[in-house]
Ligand binder design. Structure first.
Ligand code: ZN
Length: 262
């Protein structure tokens, strides 16, 4: 079945992952317009309102909408694994921005910890989508002169569906689902001792509960998370009408994060 799908993709390029346009030339599954849109994204500081306790300063490559949402869904839910490379480049930009915001620089280690996936998610998605994304981001950052390293000191245990939980309940469920991998945490602790910027990465930030849980677990192991970087930021849906500032997109007008050059 996978082979048939792959062959079909070769014969019929399929629809653009960003806008579903058909019969257009595609690069990594995106049409020219969507590819240009994704290339032009500028990472920005973002924070859910209210931010959960323990959430580090958070940066996103773009809003969870339009071509970015389409590409992320195609990658995550429809098995378009080749999108890991362009999405990894976007994540790298978000990580670089997060590191610079925190005063980090290319001269010191940039320690990247992806939010761990549960075994079930890895099975269902035919691989660990966050690890794959983070690897591409690390590769891109290194190519741009950053001393980026991938670290995976946490394991994710199955957790109940959090959709019905309130904010404190979600935070508790997220935290209790994360366990420390002792040998790997020691490696990270040693790296932190010589100094470095520790950035947690995830695909999407919505309530911030997961990122806050990871930061809390790491701080329990005496590691201060410097920041969080994601591909996309979701606007929270609320019962009351939205207000300006429900989701703060700060430094929107900021210049593009310099991945290369000095
Ligand atoms: Zn498109």
């Amino acid at each position: 079945m996978d082979l048939l799908a792959a062959l079909a993709d070769l014969v019929l390029p399929g629809a653009c992952v960003g806008c579903a346009a058909e019969r257009v030339p595609l690069r990594y599954g995106a049409c020219e317009v969507c590819a240009e849109f994704l290339t032009a994204l500028v990472p920005f500081a973002t924070a859910p309102v209210p931010p959960p306790p323990g959430l580090p300063p958070c940066t996103a490559a773009g809003a969870y909408a339009g071509p970015l949402r389409g590409a992320l869904l195609a990658y995550k839910e429809r098995g378009r694994h080749r999108l890991a490379r362009p999405l990894g480049v976007l994540l790298a930009g978000s990580v670089a921005r997060a590191a610079l915001r925190a005063g980090g620089g290319r001269s010191e280690p940039l320690l990247i910890v992806p939010v761990p996936s549960t075994a079930r998610a890895i099975r269902e998605r035919h691989g660990d989508h966050m690890t794959r994304l983070a690897r591409h981001a690390v590769r891109r950052l290194r190519a741009s002169g950053w001393r980026a390293e991938l670290h995976q000191p946490l394991r994710a245990l199955p957790r109940p569906d959090s959709a019905t939980l309130d904010a404190p309940g979600r935070a508790k469920a997220a935290e209790s689902s994360l366990t420390i991998r002792p040998s790997r945490i020691r490696v990270l602790q040693r790296r932190m001792m010589i100094g470095g910027t520790l950035i947690v990465v995830d695909d999407i930030v919505t309530t911030g509960a997961t990122l806050a849980a990871v930061a809390t677990r790491l701080s329990e192991a005496n590691m201060q998370v410097t920041g969080a970087a994601t591909l996309a930021a979701t606007r929270l849906r609320r019962a009351r009408p939205p207000r300006t500032g429900d989701f703060r997109h700060m430094s929107r007008a900021g210049s593009k994060v310099p991945l290369s050059g000095s």
